[in-house]
Design a protein around this ligand. Structure first.
Ligand SMILES: C[S@@+](CC[C@H](N)C(=O)[O-])C[C@H]1O[C@@H](n2cnc3c(N)ncnc32)[C@H](O)[C@@H]1O
Length: 184
């Protein structure tokens, strides 16, 4: 979303009669800010918040509480992981790879009580074994990669909650309102 806006700003600014080096500088800033998010959007999922009406299913299945170490893979604006943090979990982390979305999530987190940590980064490169509950809202191709690459590395008992999208071959333990729960 922010990437589209920044691209429009780039298109408008280069259409002005600017010095070539200023245009190059604007292009470089655009590339730094936008390319990681484009990658996340194309290969993961674009920034779309989980619907509020899904809260019941997510919190019912997640049963988040004391002792839980929860991660949101691609936390977007960080609102959901912020709400999970308020359940008194031991650790709540949201990884986000789109720079403008990450900055937006960080900014929102200043106004929120609770202790969710919003971190910049590609979750595929993070150690997910320290978490006992993993939440995601990603497209099918990411769920396929998750099942193939991440699932085998998870500790026994780890819970995975996926909004809308299933892992291709694993059978969920529970499903509520198209929110899928898997237990390793
Ligand atoms: C559909 S949104 C989900 C937002 C939030 N989890 C929720 O449910 O409200 C997916 C987010 O994942 C981010 N994302 C996709 N691939 C990623 C990756 N490899 N590393 C970190 N973030 C990623 C996208 O930038 C996007 O903001």
């Amino acid at each position: 979303m922010f990437e589209v806006l920044l691209t429009l700003i780039l298109a408008v600014s280069v259409s002005f009669d600017l010095n070539i080096w200023l245009k190059v500088a604007i292009f470089c800033v655009w590339a730094i800010l936008v390319l990681p998010g484009m990658y996340a959007m194309i290969f993961g999922a674009p920034y779309v918040r989980s619907l509020k009406r899904k809260d019941f299913a997510i919190f019912e299945l997640g049963n988040f509480g004391e002792g839980d170490r929860v991660v949101d893979l691609g936390c977007g604006d960080g609102v959901l992981i912020g709400r999970i943090a308020k359940k008194g979990v031991s650790l709540a982390v949201g990884y986000e790879m789109s720079i403008p979305t990450f900055l937006f999530a960080k900014w929102l987190s200043f106004f929120r009580k609770g202790k969710a940590e919003i971190k910049y980064g590609n979750f595929w490169k993070k150690d997910l074994m320290k978490f006992n509950k993993i939440f995601c809202f990603l497209f099918d191709r990411s769920m396929e990669k998750f099942e193939r690459e991440v699932w085998p590395t998870l500790k026994k008992g780890t819970i995975v909650i996926s909004n809308e999208f299933k892992m291709p071959t694993l059978k969920p333990k529970k499903v509520v309102d198209r929110v899928y729960l898997y237990e390793k």
